[in-house]
Ligand binder design. Structure first.
Ligand SMILES: C[S@@+](CC[C@H](N)C(=O)[O-])C[C@H]1O[C@@H](n2cnc3c(N)ncnc32)[C@H](O)[C@@H]1O
Length: 272
Protein backbone atom coordinates (compact mmCIF):
# COMPACT_ATOMS: atom_id res chain seq x y z
CA UNK A 1 0.00 0.00 0.00
CA UNK A 2 1.34 3.42 -0.89
CA UNK A 3 2.03 5.21 2.37
CA UNK A 4 1.43 8.60 0.72
CA UNK A 5 -2.26 7.70 0.45
CA UNK A 6 -2.66 7.00 4.13
CA UNK A 7 -2.01 10.31 5.85
CA UNK A 8 -3.42 13.83 5.44
CA UNK A 9 0.12 15.03 4.87
CA UNK A 10 0.78 12.48 2.11
CA UNK A 11 -2.50 13.23 0.34
CA UNK A 12 -1.90 16.98 0.55
CA UNK A 13 1.53 16.47 -0.95
CA UNK A 14 0.25 14.15 -3.73
CA UNK A 15 -2.45 16.69 -4.68
CA UNK A 16 0.09 19.53 -4.61
CA UNK A 17 2.52 17.63 -6.82
CA UNK A 18 -0.24 17.14 -9.42
CA UNK A 19 -1.50 20.71 -9.09
CA UNK A 20 -4.88 19.52 -7.81
CA UNK A 21 -7.30 20.31 -4.99
CA UNK A 22 -10.13 18.25 -3.47
CA UNK A 23 -13.35 19.27 -5.24
CA UNK A 24 -16.20 19.54 -2.73
CA UNK A 25 -18.87 19.42 -5.43
CA UNK A 26 -17.69 15.90 -6.29
CA UNK A 27 -17.69 14.83 -2.64
CA UNK A 28 -13.90 14.44 -2.62
CA UNK A 29 -13.06 13.42 0.93
CA UNK A 30 -10.26 10.90 0.58
CA UNK A 31 -9.91 8.02 3.02
CA UNK A 32 -6.61 8.26 4.93
CA UNK A 33 -7.15 5.72 7.74
CA UNK A 34 -5.36 2.40 7.25
CA UNK A 35 -7.31 0.72 10.06
CA UNK A 36 -10.66 1.64 8.47
CA UNK A 37 -9.42 0.73 4.98
CA UNK A 38 -8.58 -2.78 6.18
CA UNK A 39 -12.00 -3.21 7.77
CA UNK A 40 -13.77 -2.09 4.57
CA UNK A 41 -11.86 -4.64 2.48
CA UNK A 42 -12.60 -7.39 5.03
CA UNK A 43 -16.32 -6.50 4.99
CA UNK A 44 -16.40 -6.86 1.19
CA UNK A 45 -14.80 -10.33 1.05
CA UNK A 46 -15.05 -12.91 -0.43
CA UNK A 47 -14.55 -11.55 -3.95
CA UNK A 48 -16.83 -14.05 -5.64
CA UNK A 49 -17.41 -11.80 -8.67
CA UNK A 50 -16.01 -8.70 -10.36
CA UNK A 51 -15.74 -5.65 -8.08
CA UNK A 52 -17.00 -2.24 -9.18
CA UNK A 53 -15.76 0.85 -7.38
CA UNK A 54 -17.50 4.19 -7.88
CA UNK A 55 -15.20 7.15 -7.37
CA UNK A 56 -11.66 5.75 -6.89
CA UNK A 57 -10.40 9.27 -6.11
CA UNK A 58 -6.66 8.92 -5.50
CA UNK A 59 -6.86 5.11 -5.60
CA UNK A 60 -6.51 4.17 -1.94
CA UNK A 61 -9.40 1.69 -1.80
CA UNK A 62 -8.88 0.60 -5.42
CA UNK A 63 -5.32 -0.40 -4.57
CA UNK A 64 -6.27 -2.22 -1.40
CA UNK A 65 -8.98 -4.18 -3.26
CA UNK A 66 -6.69 -5.11 -6.14
CA UNK A 67 -3.91 -6.12 -3.74
CA UNK A 68 -6.40 -8.33 -1.92
CA UNK A 69 -7.11 -10.15 -5.19
CA UNK A 70 -10.27 -8.39 -6.43
CA UNK A 71 -10.82 -7.83 -10.14
CA UNK A 72 -11.59 -4.12 -10.02
CA UNK A 73 -13.36 -1.81 -12.46
CA UNK A 74 -13.19 1.74 -11.07
CA UNK A 75 -15.47 4.47 -12.43
CA UNK A 76 -14.32 8.04 -11.80
CA UNK A 77 -16.03 11.21 -13.01
CA UNK A 78 -13.12 13.58 -12.42
CA UNK A 79 -10.74 13.35 -15.38
CA UNK A 80 -8.22 15.54 -13.51
CA UNK A 81 -7.42 12.48 -11.37
CA UNK A 82 -6.19 10.36 -14.33
CA UNK A 83 -2.45 11.10 -13.89
CA UNK A 84 -2.70 10.48 -10.12
CA UNK A 85 -4.49 7.15 -10.58
CA UNK A 86 -2.00 6.06 -13.23
CA UNK A 87 0.72 6.69 -10.67
CA UNK A 88 -0.94 5.16 -7.60
CA UNK A 89 -2.31 2.08 -9.40
CA UNK A 90 0.78 1.38 -11.48
CA UNK A 91 1.36 -2.32 -12.02
CA UNK A 92 -2.07 -3.37 -10.78
CA UNK A 93 -4.64 -4.94 -13.14
CA UNK A 94 -7.35 -2.32 -12.50
CA UNK A 95 -9.79 -1.31 -15.23
CA UNK A 96 -10.24 2.47 -15.00
CA UNK A 97 -13.26 4.12 -16.58
CA UNK A 98 -13.63 7.91 -16.64
CA UNK A 99 -17.38 8.50 -16.67
CA UNK A 100 -20.32 9.59 -14.57
CA UNK A 101 -21.36 6.52 -12.55
CA UNK A 102 -25.01 7.50 -12.96
CA UNK A 103 -24.63 7.05 -16.72
CA UNK A 104 -22.88 3.66 -16.47
CA UNK A 105 -24.71 0.63 -18.00
CA UNK A 106 -25.17 -1.15 -14.65
CA UNK A 107 -27.89 -3.37 -16.07
CA UNK A 108 -25.18 -5.09 -18.17
CA UNK A 109 -22.60 -5.97 -15.49
CA UNK A 110 -22.03 -9.72 -14.89
CA UNK A 111 -24.27 -11.56 -12.41
CA UNK A 112 -22.91 -11.64 -8.85
CA UNK A 113 -20.87 -8.45 -9.20
CA UNK A 114 -19.86 -6.53 -6.08
CA UNK A 115 -19.90 -2.80 -5.39
CA UNK A 116 -17.23 -1.58 -2.98
CA UNK A 117 -16.98 2.20 -2.67
CA UNK A 118 -16.57 5.34 -0.64
CA UNK A 119 -19.53 6.98 -2.35
CA UNK A 120 -19.77 10.64 -3.30
CA UNK A 121 -22.52 11.85 -0.96
CA UNK A 122 -24.71 13.45 -3.63
CA UNK A 123 -25.27 10.33 -5.74
CA UNK A 124 -25.31 7.64 -3.05
CA UNK A 125 -29.08 7.17 -2.77
CA UNK A 126 -30.03 7.13 -6.49
CA UNK A 127 -27.00 4.97 -7.32
CA UNK A 128 -27.61 2.33 -4.64
CA UNK A 129 -31.33 2.20 -5.52
CA UNK A 130 -30.48 1.64 -9.18
CA UNK A 131 -27.87 -1.05 -8.48
CA UNK A 132 -30.33 -2.94 -6.27
CA UNK A 133 -32.93 -2.87 -9.02
CA UNK A 134 -30.57 -4.46 -11.57
CA UNK A 135 -30.61 -7.72 -9.60
CA UNK A 136 -26.97 -8.26 -10.66
CA UNK A 137 -25.11 -7.62 -7.41
CA UNK A 138 -24.21 -10.22 -4.81
CA UNK A 139 -23.00 -7.64 -2.29
CA UNK A 140 -22.76 -3.85 -1.96
CA UNK A 141 -20.34 -2.49 0.64
CA UNK A 142 -20.07 1.29 0.78
CA UNK A 143 -19.44 4.35 2.88
CA UNK A 144 -22.15 6.98 3.14
CA UNK A 145 -23.10 9.73 5.57
CA UNK A 146 -24.22 8.16 8.84
CA UNK A 147 -27.67 9.70 8.47
CA UNK A 148 -28.18 7.99 5.08
CA UNK A 149 -26.91 4.68 6.52
CA UNK A 150 -29.44 4.99 9.35
CA UNK A 151 -32.25 5.56 6.87
CA UNK A 152 -31.19 2.46 4.93
CA UNK A 153 -31.36 0.15 7.94
CA UNK A 154 -34.21 1.83 9.88
CA UNK A 155 -37.11 -0.12 11.39
CA UNK A 156 -40.75 1.10 11.51
CA UNK A 157 -41.71 3.77 14.05
CA UNK A 158 -38.20 5.22 14.23
CA UNK A 159 -37.25 8.74 13.05
CA UNK A 160 -35.07 7.54 10.13
CA UNK A 161 -37.68 5.15 8.71
CA UNK A 162 -39.15 5.92 5.29
CA UNK A 163 -39.18 5.16 1.59
CA UNK A 164 -35.43 4.45 1.39
CA UNK A 165 -35.62 1.97 4.31
CA UNK A 166 -38.41 0.09 2.53
CA UNK A 167 -36.68 0.12 -0.86
CA UNK A 168 -33.59 -1.37 0.75
CA UNK A 169 -35.59 -3.86 2.86
CA UNK A 170 -37.43 -5.08 -0.25
CA UNK A 171 -34.25 -5.76 -2.19
CA UNK A 172 -31.67 -6.72 0.42
CA UNK A 173 -30.59 -7.64 3.90
CA UNK A 174 -29.01 -4.44 5.27
CA UNK A 175 -26.31 -3.97 7.90
CA UNK A 176 -24.68 -0.81 9.23
CA UNK A 177 -21.28 -2.15 10.20
CA UNK A 178 -19.35 0.73 11.79
CA UNK A 179 -18.90 4.51 11.89
CA UNK A 180 -15.91 6.53 10.70
CA UNK A 181 -15.09 9.90 12.24
CA UNK A 182 -14.38 12.93 10.01
CA UNK A 183 -10.65 12.54 10.81
CA UNK A 184 -10.56 9.26 8.82
CA UNK A 185 -10.71 11.43 5.66
CA UNK A 186 -8.80 14.29 4.09
CA UNK A 187 -10.13 16.89 3.89
CA UNK A 188 -12.37 15.93 6.85
CA UNK A 189 -16.09 16.11 6.01
CA UNK A 190 -18.54 17.85 8.36
CA UNK A 191 -20.37 14.62 9.16
CA UNK A 192 -19.73 11.12 10.49
CA UNK A 193 -19.72 8.34 7.85
CA UNK A 194 -20.82 4.72 8.16
CA UNK A 195 -20.03 1.50 6.34
CA UNK A 196 -23.12 -0.26 5.01
CA UNK A 197 -23.31 -3.79 3.64
CA UNK A 198 -26.29 -4.84 1.55
CA UNK A 199 -26.83 -8.46 0.55
CA UNK A 200 -29.46 -8.52 -2.22
CA UNK A 201 -32.21 -11.13 -2.18
CA UNK A 202 -32.45 -11.09 -5.99
CA UNK A 203 -36.19 -10.49 -6.06
CA UNK A 204 -37.74 -8.98 -9.19
CA UNK A 205 -38.67 -5.30 -9.00
CA UNK A 206 -42.29 -4.59 -7.99
CA UNK A 207 -43.46 -1.32 -9.59
CA UNK A 208 -46.95 -1.49 -8.02
CA UNK A 209 -45.43 -1.82 -4.54
CA UNK A 210 -43.09 1.12 -5.09
CA UNK A 211 -45.89 3.25 -6.49
CA UNK A 212 -47.85 2.55 -3.31
CA UNK A 213 -44.82 3.31 -1.11
CA UNK A 214 -44.15 6.61 -2.87
CA UNK A 215 -47.77 7.63 -2.38
CA UNK A 216 -47.73 6.51 1.27
CA UNK A 217 -44.64 8.59 2.12
CA UNK A 218 -45.40 11.60 -0.08
CA UNK A 219 -47.27 13.37 2.74
CA UNK A 220 -45.24 12.77 5.85
CA UNK A 221 -47.70 14.32 8.31
CA UNK A 222 -50.87 12.78 6.96
CA UNK A 223 -52.43 9.51 7.94
CA UNK A 224 -51.74 6.67 5.52
CA UNK A 225 -55.38 6.74 4.41
CA UNK A 226 -55.22 10.46 3.55
CA UNK A 227 -51.87 10.15 1.80
CA UNK A 228 -53.14 7.29 -0.37
CA UNK A 229 -56.48 8.91 -1.20
CA UNK A 230 -54.69 12.19 -2.07
CA UNK A 231 -52.62 10.13 -4.53
CA UNK A 232 -55.77 8.74 -6.18
CA UNK A 233 -56.36 5.39 -4.43
CA UNK A 234 -60.15 5.04 -3.85
CA UNK A 235 -60.99 5.94 -0.24
CA UNK A 236 -63.41 3.06 0.44
CA UNK A 237 -60.91 0.52 -0.84
CA UNK A 238 -58.13 1.92 1.32
CA UNK A 239 -60.42 1.85 4.39
CA UNK A 240 -61.50 -1.69 3.63
CA UNK A 241 -57.91 -2.86 3.04
CA UNK A 242 -56.72 -1.34 6.34
CA UNK A 243 -59.64 -2.99 8.14
CA UNK A 244 -58.91 -6.39 6.70
CA UNK A 245 -55.26 -6.07 7.75
CA UNK A 246 -56.43 -5.26 11.30
CA UNK A 247 -54.86 -1.78 11.14
CA UNK A 248 -56.49 1.33 12.69
CA UNK A 249 -57.94 3.84 10.15
CA UNK A 250 -55.72 6.67 11.40
CA UNK A 251 -52.43 4.72 11.16
CA UNK A 252 -49.41 6.50 9.62
CA UNK A 253 -47.14 5.03 6.95
CA UNK A 254 -44.18 5.08 9.37
CA UNK A 255 -45.86 2.37 11.47
CA UNK A 256 -46.06 -0.25 8.70
CA UNK A 257 -43.31 -2.69 7.81
CA UNK A 258 -42.57 -4.16 4.39
CA UNK A 259 -44.91 -7.15 4.79
CA UNK A 260 -47.82 -4.82 5.72
CA UNK A 261 -47.21 -2.80 2.55
CA UNK A 262 -46.97 -5.95 0.43
CA UNK A 263 -50.32 -7.19 1.75
CA UNK A 264 -51.84 -3.74 1.31
CA UNK A 265 -50.64 -3.69 -2.30
CA UNK A 266 -52.15 -7.14 -2.96
CA UNK A 267 -55.51 -5.99 -1.54
CA UNK A 268 -55.60 -2.69 -3.43
CA UNK A 269 -54.46 -4.12 -6.74
CA UNK A 270 -56.73 -7.15 -6.81
CA UNK A 271 -59.69 -4.80 -6.53
CA UNK A 272 -58.85 -2.59 -9.49
C1 LIG B 1 -15.69 10.28 -1.22
S1 LIG B 1 -14.59 10.35 -2.59
C2 LIG B 1 -13.85 8.76 -2.45
C3 LIG B 1 -12.47 8.67 -3.06
C4 LIG B 1 -11.69 7.39 -2.75
N1 LIG B 1 -12.42 6.19 -3.13
C5 LIG B 1 -11.33 7.34 -1.29
O1 LIG B 1 -11.97 6.55 -0.57
O2 LIG B 1 -10.44 8.07 -0.88
C6 LIG B 1 -15.74 10.19 -3.93
C7 LIG B 1 -15.16 10.04 -5.34
O3 LIG B 1 -16.23 9.92 -6.28
C8 LIG B 1 -15.96 10.72 -7.43
N2 LIG B 1 -17.27 11.05 -8.03
C9 LIG B 1 -18.12 12.05 -7.70
N3 LIG B 1 -19.23 11.99 -8.44
C10 LIG B 1 -19.09 10.92 -9.28
C11 LIG B 1 -19.89 10.34 -10.29
N4 LIG B 1 -21.09 10.85 -10.60
N5 LIG B 1 -19.42 9.26 -10.96
C12 LIG B 1 -18.20 8.73 -10.64
N6 LIG B 1 -17.39 9.24 -9.70
C13 LIG B 1 -17.83 10.32 -9.03
C14 LIG B 1 -15.19 11.89 -6.89
O4 LIG B 1 -14.45 12.55 -7.89
C15 LIG B 1 -14.31 11.22 -5.83
O5 LIG B 1 -13.14 10.73 -6.41
Amino acid sequence: MLEALLSPKGVRELLRRHGLYADKRLGQNFLVSFAHLRRIVEAAKPFTGPVYEVGPGLGVLTRALAEAGAQVTAIEKDLRLKPVLEETLRGLPVHLVFADALAYPWEEVPENSLLVANLPYNIATPLVTRLLRTGRFARLVFLVQKEVAERMVARPNTPSYGLLSLRVAYHAQAEKLFDLPPGAFFPPPKVVSSLVRLTPRKVPDDPALFQLLEAAFSKRRKTLKNALTAAGYPKEEVEEALRSLGLPPDIRAEALDLSHFQRLKDLLYTRV
